[in-house]
Design a protein around this ligand. Sequence first.
Ligand code: HEC
Length: 123
Amino acid sequence: MKKTILSGFVLLLIFATCKTARQSEKTAVTQPALDCSTMDVTYSFDIKPVFETFCFECHGEKEAEGGYNFMMISEIKRAAKSGALLGSIKWKRGFSRMPEKAPQLDAQTINKIECWIKNGMKE
Ligand code: HEC
């Protein structure tokens, strides 16, 4: 009887420890909101070069994969407004991961694009 109580207690302890570990994992994942107030991002200077390097190959003159030709700023704006642009470059669930079959863009570039959108997509 004593043994049962003891092992029950040990099990409870293990369970409790697991739970706290999981909770701290959760808080670590939460990210602070992106502050765009000091970011001056323009299409010609910051955004276009990124699309030229990473996206035109499949979303340009030769091909317009997914129906997007990003050589036209209007198409970039359309993808931005629908949420597909950020969804795809942030690799969010429900969107195709972009750039396709390549590593994810670096965090700084993703932030730049997000701030460009947040700040009104200046040309
Ligand atoms: C190697 C080819 C390739 C490259 C490079 C590429 N894409 Fe795509 N993209 C595709 C294909 C193919 C589709 C359509 C099929 C799909 O949605 O998976 C697509 C679809 C999309 C969509 C629609 C996704 C959705 O889920 O609605 C967006 C937005 C997009 N691409 C953005 C980008 C951006 C931004 C870049 C550059 C950072 C990029 N793509 C680079 C091939 C590419």
